[in-house]
Design a protein. Structure first.
Length: 301
């Protein structure tokens, strides 16, 4: 059995191909900014769709070459908010050979939890924090069941609302922090007794920068530890840079440069909300959860 999982996110498009015997065959990620502008307009922009569809066509070619048996493509926050998502899904289906499935914040959280905790070192209980472009998920187990909260703040959404300029002023940072804190405080999230795992591009990018890598290396990022002091320093560092200067950081995908500061602010406020001094960063997340469920032929979330 050979399966492929595709994550159509607010900022990134990702593909994972797994083989039942050989394990991971292919993992790809491209930042296309699909959800840029959706918060203001309620629609996916034409240029963003074109960029994304070009990447999805490439994913379709990879899956055809690898002779994939089962495919699931999931779409998250940006598509949940977009009035023209069905138009985009029509075109994405032509590119991929399978129609994207719009999943809820709860489904997104459960799949991220499954992927992140499958190979987590050491004992739980775990709390997974998934910072996306449009939303942030907090996920944990309670009474033997996975539960969580999906909060409408992500790196793209916060950038567009409150952190559009670089360098960012002190007042802009303070306003963004208060906004994020306010959303997190109102959510019922456990505050003690959990090991926190950070997943998705904000956490992994911050870890790579904190490690001082000359180029992004997922083997070094996977299960790296970010302290609260690390994240505080990264917020200060990124706030002082232009987008061009941010894009020049060796370990960072340049396409993430416009939104990584907002992601860092969200990461900092998430750590404060759950009262932890460090986060275990995982390269495994929703994408791995989708692929694992396909491979096991298990019921999908």
């Amino acid at each position: 059995m050979r399966v492929a999982a595709i994550d159509i996110g607010t900022n990134s498009m990702r593909l994972l191909v797994l083989d039942a015997d050989a394990g991971e065959l292919e993992r790809r990620q491209r930042v296309t900014g699909l959800g840029r502008g959706v918060d203001a307009t309620g629609r996916l922009g034409d240029e963003a769709m074109e960029r994304t569809l070009e990447v999805l066509e490439g994913f379709g070619s990879v899956m055809a070459t690898l002779d994939v048996d089962r495919v699931r493509a999931v779409a998250t926050s940006a598509c949940r908010d977009a009035a023209n998502r069905e138009e985009f899904f029509d075109r994405a289906e032509a590119a991929l050979g399978v129609r994207p499935e719009l999943i809820s914040g709860r489904e997104e959280a459960e799949l991220a939890y499954r992927g992140a905790t499958a190979d987590a070192p050491g004992p739980g209980p775990f709390l997974v924090v998934d910072i996306g472009g449009g939303s942030t998920e907090f996920v944990w187990e309670e009474d033997g069941r996975v539960t969580g909260r999906s909060i409408q703040v992500g790196s793209v959404r916060l950038t567009e609302r409150l952190l559009p300029d670089r360098p960012a002023t002190f007042d802009d940072l303070a306003t963004a922090a208060r906004h994020t804190e306010g959303l997190f405080v109102r959510a019922e999230i456990p505050k003690e007794g959990h090991r926190v795992i950070g997943v998705a591009g904000t956490w992994t990018s911050l870890a790579a920068i904190a490690l001082g890598l000359d180029a992004y290396d997922r083997t070094r990022v996977h299960h790296a530890v970010l302290t609260r002091i690390d994240v505080e320093r990264l917020v200060e560092r990124l706030a002082a840079l232009t987008v061009a200067e941010t894009a020049a950081i060796p370990a960072l995908d340049p396409a993430r440069a416009p939104v990584i500061l907002a992601g860092a602010v969200i990461a900092r406020e998430a750590m404060r909300r759950v009262a932890v001094t460090e986060v275990l960063v995982s390269e495994h997340d929703l994408l791995d959860g989708v692929a694992a469920a396909l491979l096991e032929d298990a019921p999908l979330a």
